[in-house]
Ligand binder design. Sequence first.
Ligand code: BGC
Length: 394
Amino acid sequence: MPSRTRARSTLAAAVRLVLAAVVTMALSLAVVPQAQAAAAKPSITKKYFGTMPDGKKIDIYTLRNSRGMRVNILTYGGIIQSIDVPDKRGKFANVALGFDNLPDYVNKSLYFGAIIGRYANRIAKGRFSVAGKTYQLPVNDGPNSLHGGTKGFDKRVWAAHPFNRHGSVGLELTYTSPNGEENYPGTLRTKVVYTLTNDNKIRMDYSATTDRTTVVNLTNHTYFNLHGEGDGRILDQRLQINASRYTPIDKTLIPTGQIARLSGTPLDFRRPTTIGARINRKNQQLERAGGYDHNYVLDRHGRGLQLAAKAVDPRSGRVLEVITDQPGLQFYSGNFLDGTLRGTGGHLYQKRSGFTLESQHYPDSPNHKNFPSTVLRPGDTYRTTTIYAFSTTR
Ligand code: BGC
């Protein structure tokens, strides 16, 4: 080929290359950002989930943030049905135990993801006195009342109002518990606001008012497995709880009333320790509960939101921090899961395949004068906030 012709064809090839590059760039500018913008816009959508035995329709709301984190919430029990968060490589998994259908929630659930009330945790023999009157609650856990009684807030249908505020999406849930429901005094008007922020936090703002003096203690009962629900293992996940004391329990898991030091016990999680490292140690407290099922008295400095606990899954690098204004945190290692419940992803939930970190007032507070008070009076507003903050290790 003469050199001039060669030069011309080289030039033509170069022009083609540049053109191709320009077209690709233009295309990517035109298409990709739009697609990203669409995916990045926080959204909330509603779908039908199921029908209650009494005919009430239950919805499932999907909250999505700008980073693609996704949280499903049911109007039944205000249940967090799933939480999809990325691992350190960006791979998403659902880290909350749950079911894919309403009948399983209604018939079998062990409080998966639910709002717990009116009184989270146990009240001894279901009995307490407030404002000079004694109340007998239904007992549903051996001799005691657990998580609000036979039909607590986890089994109620909540009214839902989705919102989009300051770039975050959320769901406001309300439920009015009539005076005398489950034998608790006072009409309790309850509101729980879930907000999914764009930095991968689920914020839960609870509030309640009453028309008669009563007791109240609300929490959320999400079981976590940071490697992904159904994976079966939490024992190698690392936990740190900012508490140097706890409330020891009797044989029926009711606080003895003592506030004891954790130092020197296998229940001490002040230094990050895997959940499984000491769970089978010979220890009366662990034996009574069949593992961890204890209220930690948080080491707090004043009021407001403070870090209570941090869990890390070394395999996926997923990190969960629980931030709260509450005085206590129940750490429960899923000891009563027994391999009979089939979860969202189709796997059976084995013993200790999920853990809960329930921010709360101490169990059985109405019967212990030395515990912070859970009394709510007319004219006052019960308010509390807890945040589940997700991130990854590097
Ligand atoms: C309690 C456990 C109980 C479980 C029920 C937890 O909050 O601490 O004792 O068995 O809830 O799922």
